[in-house]
Ligand binder design. Structure first.
Ligand code: NZQ
Ligand code: ZN
Length: 388
């Protein structure tokens, strides 16, 4: 553990199949006006909306509806949400949904009392909030992003073909998040597995960096094993509570900053995936799945000892009598087999990306330097082309 760090997580978690009742404990801490943020209507179909409205009313709250947060929330929707919050003088932003609703709520929270343009300030200039922040809370209905216990907020600008994330500080993290694994049962299978791959890749992004003996890597390996194990059960039986609860908690732990402590971290798969998302508006987890194997095959020679360790400790590859390279390759093969088994997309062409978009996607890709290899632009093009 050679890196220096500080660690704090500001979010209180209520976890389990009875966790929604704790909304009653939390609501009295906030003012009367609640901006109820949700997506395209899944919460109305599965009953979560009615259950929450009942609790809000029982607690005497004024409910300000803010519906229609789309997957990959846009800057236009963000501006609408800021307007709603200002006009209704809201005291709490309650996001009910997946990462998109939760990310969006954070972006609204830092913008309500800020005169500057939110997109320019936070997503182009990467400034920190200097204004009053409206508190955010989350009732999670999709496991994947970890947004329920972190400061991340990813916003898409279709006009400029940019999808950009800002990781805000502790003061923007949800004050509390309610995690009921049963709320994820109604997810379509494609969304469930996209979330599962998102979780797995969040762990990989933090794992594939550094060479020191690091506690974080051991935690990461345990979490990856849990994701693999539970995902195989959940794809067979999506209503297996034990598997879905493990997946939900894996998602939170994978990106609540714990497993990245003391590490430089990579995040290149996310940069590539976000650029693909900016062009295609595809499901986040699928964009990651599609670029991962070409990317990891490219960087493997530069981080061979870690890829060997990944093969042995995560995928149980038998190392006896094999070269390091053979072992590492077997690890990636095992990962590919698992990805095929759970059913994630392995090609960006299946997500709507075409050959003529490659240059533009490469231009939209931020190149980071925390992993085992800083990619050249040609290498970015190669990874994307290998995924066509
Ligand atoms: O809009 P509704 O009707 O609710 O449907 C949603 C949406 O279509 C549906 N859904 C969610 N829960 C459901 C359900 N359908 C049935 N039953 C349920 N229980 O699922 C669809 C996808 O939801 P979304 O919130 O978009 O998915 P996800 O949680 O994957 O969030 C994706 C966004 O988060 C960002 C991504 O870039 C993307 O914009 N990320 C945020 C991160 C963070 N805060 O740290 C990190 C991630 O790497 C990621 O970049
Ligand atoms: Zn992600």
């Amino acid at each position: 553990m050679l890196g220096n760090f500080s660690f704090m997580n500001a979010t209180k978690i209520y976890f389990g199949d009875d966790s929604l009742k704790f909304l009653n404990d939390e609501l009295p801490k906030y003012g009367k006006n609640i901006q109820l943020i949700y997506g395209g209507g899944s919460i109305k179909r599965n009953g979560i909306y009615d259950a929450i409205i009942e609790i809000l009313k029982a607690n005497g709250k004024n409910i300000v509806e803010d519906a229609g947060v789309m997957p990959n929330p846009t800057v236009d929707k963000l501006r609408e949400g800021i307007k709603i919050a200002r006009e209704n003088n809201v005291d709490l932003l309650l996001a009910v949904g997946g990462g998109s609703c939760c990310d969006y709520a954070k972006a609204v929270s830092v913008s309500v009392h800020c005169d500057e343009d939110a997109w320019e300030k936070y997503f182009i200039r990467f400034e920190e909030p200097t204004c009053e922040i409206v508190p955010v809370a989350c009732v999670l209905t999709m496991a994947g992003t970890g947004s329920e216990m972190n400061g991340g907020s990813v916003i898409t600008n279709h006009a400029t073909k940019q999808k950009i994330g800002h990781v805000f500080g502790e003061n923007v993290m949800p004050k509390f998040s309610i995690l009921n694994p049963k709320f994820t049962f109604s997810l379509p299978k494609r969304q469930m597995v996209a979330g599962i791959y998102d979780i797995f890749n969040h762990i990989c992004e933090q794992y594939f960096s550094g060479t020191d003996d690091n506690t974080s890597d051991y935690i990461a390996e345990g979490l990856m094993r849990s994701v693999i194990h539970s995902s195989l059960i959940a794809v067979e039986n999506p209503e297996d509570y034990e598997a879905r609860s493990n997946i939900m908690w894996d998602a939170t732990l994978a990106l609540n900053t714990l497993v990245g402590k003391g590490k430089t971290q990579d995040w290149m798969v996310h940069m590539l995936g976000q650029a693909v998302g900016a062009y295609t508006d595809a499901t986040h987890g699928m964009t990651l799945a599609a670029v991962s194997l070409p990317y990891y095959k490219m960087i493997m020679p530069y981080g061979l000892p870690k890829f060997k360790r990944f093969a042995v400790n995560v995928w149980n590859v038998d190392a006896a009598g094999k070269s390091d390279e053979e072992i590492a390759n077997e690890g990636l093969k095992a990962m590919e087999n698992w990805m095929r088994k759970i059913g994630v997309t392995l090609k960006i062409s299946e997500l709507g990306a075409t050959k003529d978009m490659i240059e533009g996607i490469a231009d939209a890709t931020f190149i980071l330097n925390g992993g085992y290899k800083v990619l050249t632009r040609d290498e970015v093009i190669k990874v994307l082309s290998d995924s066509l």
